[in-house]
Each structure stands twice: as structure tokens, then as C-alpha cells.
Design a protein around this ligand. Sequence first.
Ligand SMILES: [Fe+2]
Length: 271
Amino acid sequence: MLGLPTAALSAFGYARFIEPRWLEETRKTVVTGRNLRRPLRVAHLSDLHASGLIPISFLEEAFRRTLAMQPDLICITGDFVTTDNDFDPAKYEAALQMLSAKVPTFAVMGNHDGGEWAARSGWFSTNQYIRGLVGRGGVRVLHNDAAKIEIAGTPLWLVGVGDWWSDELRAGPAFANVLNDGAPVIVMNHNPDGKDDCGLRPWDLMLCGHTHGGQVMLPFYGPPIVPVIDTRYAVGLNAYQNRWIHTTRGVGNIVGIRVNCRPELSLLIVT
Ligand SMILES: [Fe+2]
């Protein structure tokens, strides 16, 4: 008679205390067809969700392991926080500086970072506070903006768009200065449902988060809840109109549970 409750408790303990902290490093190759001097190593992190559930010490471990993958570039696709203040902002900034001091690090904002959606959840009505925190961490936020950088002699366009749920995605200004000059174009876009707003502008690879991969993957069923309309792009590397969308499972989580959906540190080898 004790068997069933014991198994249920064990399963809950695993989903609550083991898997959410069990980071998985993944490596995927993205073929752009562009002429690069050498493959670029792009670390894609997302959904850090610093909060009462996700301590900064866990993020520090994630950042150490990210740096150990020797990326050329680090892209963080939003949701730096959840909807509480249960973290030390100075400690968070110092943790982000671990990354930015070693590797060029760029980011966009997610729905949890402030804006219309967050305000409806009783949180920041703009992303000003989180953009400030992230900026003090040495991370450059591209909010409907673009930058041309150079990695190992290879020029690269980086575009960052505002969050789709927050109604801040403005592809026009984001791409306004991007030239179709042969350099690869990587777009950071928190929510993959925003892809169609970017449409067929010149981009090769879009980096997304937001879904956390569903957080709970039931055998023979998949995730019961995925907060996107187009579930084809909910997780992983998927083709879209002769280009690629990568949606990572993210590092942190909300509600504290993961099942068959470990937190992910992605390294994309862009060729
Ligand atoms: Fe998130």
C-alpha cells in the first residue's frame, strides 16, 4: 500500500529538486550557406528566470559551463527574471559580468522582463529596470535594433527584436540598417511566434526561448502546455522558409518543475 505514495513522492522530488538543476549542454550545427572564414561558436541561453525558485548561484554554474564551451559569442533571448524580487540585483549583475568580461554578450527582453504583459501580472510596466540591470552586467541589449560585429575576421549582423507578447516587436526599425551584404544575420527574438513579423527580411538564424521546451514532456504525448500558437517551433532547431529557428529549452523555469525537459545550454556551430 505504501508503494504508490512513495513512487509519487519520488517522482515529485525528481521533477522539483533534481531535473530543474540538471543542466544539459547541447551542440547543434547550423548551415547558413554563407561564406565564413571558420565556423562560429554561438552560445544560446534563454529564460534565466532569476527568482525565488532560481538562485543566482545556479545561474553562475550555468555561466561557468557556458564559458567552458568556448563560445565566440553569447546570445541571451530574454526572461532574465520571473515576477518577483527574490534575488540580489548586484549579485546578478556580477554573474552576468562573468560572461561579458570574457565573450561579447548580447540579449533581448522577454515578456517577464517588463511591459504590457508583465504589467497585467502585477510586475514592471516597462523593461527599463531589467535593461539597466542587464546593461550593468556588461550585456548589450538590442531592442528593435541591430549591430554589426566581427568574430575571428568574419563580419556578422546581430538583430534583436522586442517581445511579441508585450507588443514591442518592431521588425522595421530592428532591420532598418541591416544590409544584405553577404554577412550572416542572426536574429534574437524571445517568442518564436514573432517570426512572421520578421518575415522574409534577410536573416539566416533566429534564436528564441519563451517555451522552456514545455517544461513537462509526457511520454507518448509531449508537453501538455506550450505557450505558443505555432507549436512547430516550440523547441529545437527547425527549418523556416530556407532559414533556421532555434528554440532553446532555457536555463531557468517557472513553477519549479521539469520532466523529461532538462535545462539547456546550447552551443550552435554556425557554418
Ligand atoms: Fe520564460
